[in-house]
Ligand binder design. Sequence first.
Ligand SMILES: [Zn+2]
Length: 451
Amino acid sequence: MTASRIWIKKPLAIFTANDVPAPGGLVIDDGVIVELLDVGQSPSAPVDSTFDAREHVVLPGLINTHHHFYQTLTRAWGPVVNQPLFPWLKTLYPVWARLTPERLELASKVALAELLLSGCTTAADHHYLFPDGLENAIDIQIEAVRELGMRAMLTRGSMSLGEADGGLPPQHTVQTAEAILEDSERLIARYHQRGDGAQIQIALAPCSPFSVTPEIMRASAALAEYHDVRLHTHLAETLDEEEFCKQRFGLRTVDYLDSVGWLSKRTWLAHGIHFNDDEIARLGKAGTGICHCPCSNMRLASGICPTLALEAAGAPIGLGVDGSASNDASNMMLEARQALFIQRLRYGAEQITPDRVLGWATRGSANLLGRTDVGELAIGKQADLALFKLDELRFSGSHDPIAALLLCGADRADRVMVGGRWRVIDGQIEGLDVAQLIANHSQAARDLIAG
Ligand SMILES: [Zn+2]
């Protein structure tokens, strides 16, 4: 028997990510939101079950738009604890090259589980390592997503510019253009779902200006256009990267992006820190999305994303935790908290409100991924929800429940629903032995470092 019509009744507080309040809660039918209720209003038709949400703050499921799941195996690794991006990458590449299918499976499960427990229902990953034996990396990640019952945008990353040709990564970690494009086509054909309620989507994601050739950027853009999938890459993360682009291409980062056909609304960029006013205007006019990664940007001392200027220009803003070797957590609520704080340093307290930041983590992130069916609580949207309780010590004495989530540091959802299905109940993931996962993943992390 399936209880398909559910009333999430009278929450303590609810953030819909739009202008329609829902103090009476919401009604879900067959995984889709069918009613938002006002004060004192009851569902218009009988429900199969009622969830009393009087102790819960209800949010749309959070959406993470940039990550590298595999990096959970190299969190807080001594040699890179105090390094900025380029030396950090060069020290880590040879370690990452030892990734195997089993290690990637464990790493992906850990990242996804951590995200899910923080209230994340849709996760994007950027995977660009395909050493011998790991040709099916994205397939492995998709299995992990399915096991956890989340939604995901898996991006087929790539590296094609090795050290021998003036790039940053070691030669044995890069692939030929043929191999990259052939696998991209295969993944789109096999896995990419379209339309409302999609669980798995594929995007194309050459890694960064200093690890791919302009040719693979152009070919990926053409392929994405042909198959109508999205494009993702790192851009304007550090001044070292800007210098690289000037030296190698004679162009600043956005000029380079434009020159390879990527300045479009099909594209979302990770980081987007070092832009001048003209570049911000061009990105905004194109509608190119920017994934703000505050923890990683602070951790590597990369800089501060000009979110409000980009938004005012027309570029959508979303949030991402970035890979777990530069965060080193995968917690979307804590990421939103850091976004609130770092952006206040740039733009002041009055403009950077909890509602604005939660909007980035939900509706804004959905926009980056090209999704209109998730990211807010409204009629016709997917029933992807994150519910938080405020009964821990850290919330004691707090008053505004929505502000308390960010200001007091909520880090774990009590309940999470994806498409009408509870995936987290009482702070536990349904069907996952977390202790066993930690044991296996920790061993894999030690083995990876040991070589
Ligand atoms: Zn990244």
